[in-house]
Ligand binder design. Structure first.
Ligand SMILES: Cc1ncc(COP(=O)(O)O)c(C=O)c1O
Length: 378
């Protein structure tokens, strides 16, 4: 089954009993048992819910994994994956990982004795240099947020296998439409489904896909024990969003390419980060592991003041955190999504005050170009 078909026909579709073509919303917390332990596969909705299960089957199919799990947010999904490790374990992370993940790892999970090192995973030698005898996993984002750095998943998975490590990939930016990390050796794939998968800025959700029965048991055990599950209504909304992922990603791809070309013609704009550019360091690796470049672009407008001016004057770009929506979004990572990263660390990473990040949506590209230009030159 090809991707666009799988988006519509993957997982569990419809309802056999009534013929409804959409999975029903099972708004229920518990299930009648015919005798103790004699039930129809569901006991309690934290453990499992049929609407959530249909979504979990769908993301499992889309990522080509063994099992899927749905959480109440991307961060709940990240937390659950990290909770499958033990006190004293060490994990190596991509250095410009999503700010919330950095905060979770460095301010919450560290309290329970999980150690972390942040390195530029776009060079696999940095991962090798950070290995200790306690290292149990490598966790990457590719492309990263907001600098769109690329990590070679095949190389990392080879290193992970040699050293008996789990390989975890946050696939939020590329989505399973463009990139399937399990095909490149990942053991666990994560999503903030709040972004492209939901696609309409109306659901907060997280998804995990694992590549083995053993990992499925571990993640389900944490999900059921810690309880950060996605509700049935949000599970349904997410499935509805996913049906149009293909057409949205194709349209976003062409809009984004055009917007990058437009930015290249503006003297005020420097340092354009977009994996489709010839000058992008990771372009060739990205091309080998992903079918498209996605809708994220970061670029420098020179100063925090000019970034602020753009943000205050755009009309069709919505100033908001998040990304991957039908509406184009704009943000300044240093002040917003990455504000939880200390200023000296931001400087080290290249997240300058004038760095603007846009998530291109589905508006007419000519309107987006005109809007950005008037805001930049106001
Ligand atoms: C790459 C990435 N991972 C994880 C998250 C966290 O997801 P959520 O906001 O759904 O909790 C985000 C949120 O922006 C993200 O961009």
């Amino acid at each position: 089954m090809r991707k666009k078909t799988q988006l519509i026909h993957g997982g569990i579709t419809g309802d056999e009993k009534t013929g409804a073509v959409s999975v029903p919303i099972y708004q229920v917390s518990t299930y009648k048992q015919e005798g103790v332990g004699r039930h129809k596969g569901y006991e309690y909705s934290r453990t499992g819910n049929p609407t959530r299960f249909a979504l979990e089957e769908l993301i499992k199919d889309l990522e080509g994994g063994h099992a899927g799990f749905a959480f109440g947010s991307g961060m709940a999904a990240v937390t659950a994956v990290l909770m499958t490790f033990n006190q004293g374990d060490h994990i190596i992370f991509t250095d410009d990982v999503y700010g919330g993940t950095y905060r979770l790892v460095s301010k919450v999970i560290n309290r329970f004795g999980l150690d972390a090192t942040f390195v530029d995973t776009s060079d696999v030698k940095n991962i090798e240099a950070a290995l200790t005898e306690k290292t149990k996993a490598v966790y990457v984002e590719t492309p990263t947020n907001p600098l769109l750095k690329i990590t070679d998943m095949k190389k990392v998975s080879e290193l992970a296998k040699r050293n008996n490590l789990k390989f975890i990939v946050d696939n939020t930016f590329s989505t399973p439409y463009w990139q399937n990390p399990i095909n490149f050796g990942a053991d666990l794939v994560l999503h903030s489904a709040t972004k492209y998968l939901g696609g309409h800025s109306d659901v907060v959700a997280g998804l995990v896909v694992v590549n083995s029965e053993e990992l499925a048991d571990e993640v389900h055990f944490v999900l059921n024990s810690s309880g950060g599950v996605l509700g049935p209504h949000d599970s349904w909304l997410l499935m509805r969003g996913i049906k149009t992922l293909g057409v949205r990603m194709e349209e976003i791809e062409s809009n984004t390419k055009e917007f990058v070309e437009f930015l290249q013609g503006l003297p005020e704009v420097t340092n354009i980060y977009y994996p489709g550019l010839d000058a992008h360091k990771g372009r060739i690796v990205h091309e080998q592991q992903a079918g498209g470049n996605g809708g994220m672009i970061s670029f420098d407008v020179g100063s925090g003041e000019r970034a602020d001016q753009v943000l205050r004057n755009v009309k069709y770009f919505t100033l908001a955190e998040s990304l991957g929506a039908v509406e184009s979004l704009i943000s300044v990572p240093a002040m917003m999504t990455h504000a939880s990263i200390p200023a000296d660390r931001r400087a080290e990473l290249g997240i300058t005050d004038g760095l603007v990040r846009v998530s291109i949506g589905l508006e007419d590209i000519e309107d987006l170009k005109e809007d950005f230009l008037q805001a930049l030159r106001k």
